[in-house]
Write a protein of this length. Structure first.
Length: 279
């Protein structure tokens, strides 16, 4: 992240690094009804001051434009719309004929697809992987679990914030055209979904313990048959998988409150264990 290398436009790496560091606070400046608008403007203020150094009227218009417009995106991918926005604001500063509604249009067009990709990659995939690693270590009494969770989740998201900011600024709207032509957004979203589902499956098999001690048969000299053995013969870890799927169904389809579900699992688990149904 050298601060001396110039981009293709007016802003240097140092200017972008300032926007990057101020943008980390984006989600902490959320409010209604415009969500992240104030944090978005806060991150860009130093860059906008440089872009509109000689034109106070356009600078104030830029502040007002972004402060009064709704903006909400997964914070880890905010670098892309911010970089494109700065590139467009730079074009506006250099031309009196620039249509500023283009800036609003680009921001609006990016919010939905980027939020879908960001939520899939960071919330549904990376966070699950980080938790699965951390839980295993914490269950062994290791403090390294908490440290690894922090590192596994935060290092990638900080790198993505910085890389997308630079890419958005250097490529401007050309990135949007290339991404639409190649279907990049859909491919990234699909790949992240597959990785996320695989991580959830691995976490289920590793960390969810559910078995049954029930046996049947065994009359005379015949050994009793364990019901758990039948489940394992069909598919190992079948009961943990069914439990997780049931929880997903209750949370997603039936909109059951998480706290209510956790209490129900504890109560039902204790009752079934006392009855000898689960082990």
């Amino acid at each position: 992240m050298s601060s001396n290398v110039k981009q293709g436009g007016l802003l240097s790496n140092k200017d972008l690094l300032t926007a990057f560091s101020r943008g980390i606070h984006l989600n902490g400046m959320n409010d209604y009804p415009a969500q992240m608008h104030s944090g978005y403007v806060y991150a860009m203020i130093p860059a906008l001051k440089k872009i509109y150094k000689d034109d106070k009227e356009k600078r104030v218009d830029a502040y007002r434009r972004h402060m009064t417009e709704y903006f909400n995106v997964t914070p880890y991918v905010v670098g892309l719309p911010m970089g494109v926005t700065l590139a467009l604001e730079e074009q506006n500063a250099q031309s009196d004929d620039f249509d500023t509604t283009t800036v609003t249009g680009v921001k609006t067009a990016l919010m939905g697809p980027l939020s879908a990709i960001g939520d899939t990659i960071f919330h549904s995939t990376l966070r699950v992987i980080a938790v699965s690693v951390a839980v295993d270590l914490c269950m062994q009494g290791s403090f390294a679990g908490a440290v690894l969770f922090f590192l596994i989740f935060n290092i990638p998201q900080l790198l993505v914030r910085w890389w997308t900011l630079k890419m958005g600024y250097s490529m401007g709207t050309r990135f949007l055209e290339d991404a639409a032509t190649a279907g990049i957004m859909d491919k990234i979203s699909y790949a992240a979904s597959v990785i996320g589902l695989a991580a959830i499956g691995a976490m289920t098999a590793t960390n969810v313990a559910l078995t049954t001690p029930i046996t049947f048969g065994g009359a005379g000299e015949t050994d009793p048959m364990a019901l758990q053995g039948l489940f394992d013969a069909v598919m190992p870890k079948m009961l943990p998988l069914l439990l997780v799927l049931a929880c997903y169904w209750l949370l997603g389809k039936k909109k059951v409150n998480v706290v209510v579900l956790l209490i129900a699992l504890i109560v039902v688990g204790v009752v079934l264990a006392l009855c000898g149904i689960i082990g």
